[in-house]
Design a protein around this ligand. Sequence first.
Ligand SMILES: [Zn+2]
Length: 277
Amino acid sequence: MPELPEVETVCRALAPHLTGLTITDVVTRVSSLRLPVDSERLTAVCVNRSISGIRRRGKYLALELAGDATVVLHLGMTGMLRICPATDAVLPHDRVLWGLSDGRSWRLADTRKFSCVLPFERCDPGQDIGPLANLGIEPLDHGFDGAYLHAECRGRMRPVKNLIMDQTVVVGVGNIYASEVLFRAGIHPRRAGGRLSRRRCEALAAEIRSVLTEAIDWGGTTIINFRAPDGSEGLFRQQLRVYGRENEPCLRCAGHARIRRIVLGGRSTYYCPRCQR
Ligand SMILES: [Zn+2]
């Protein structure tokens, strides 16, 4: 499943190819993805409108069009976006095809149909509409820091790992990244959020930013034909220090302890019992 870094990578790769072009037509080859696709509305929102930009919000993409229209996209588990000549054969899993004024075609392919395509008319530029409206803060924005995290965690007994994965608190910290971030910050994944000091929240916020930034940098090297990297974390997988290393010696305390695996919120969680408190 594409995570924040992969979606950011896709967004950065697409932006220079889409911005400034006009959408000439839309072909919808499916009635429903994760949600129904309203092809009439999608056509009305897109056709003859120029693309003013594309931005990422959480794991969503927002295609911003002239006339204050927006198309919100989510890639689900297996959605892939590509730009190709309009004359290229349509593939069996191509679900939505946008014709572009430069003679190319922008296509959403999705084998498992968990992606979504939601057209909206009359939105303020940069406004969070539809599924974007309930999302928490962006971890790479200025407002995200130790003070913010400390305020969000205050009084809460939920494990810190579950809190940082809660999309209403902060977006984009997926399961693998959560283990990595807590390992680097030296925080036990089960520790109650409300029992973290301001200083430790600052360390945690800094690690969230640095892990996601590193993953975006790595993701930027894996993009081929504007497809999201296959698998969840691209080349960043080679940088993982704790995730997937059950019973292996901890890389931080030089083998004084072995990495443990527990299940939190139904997801595999890895940590060092000696380094993380
Ligand atoms: Zn250790």
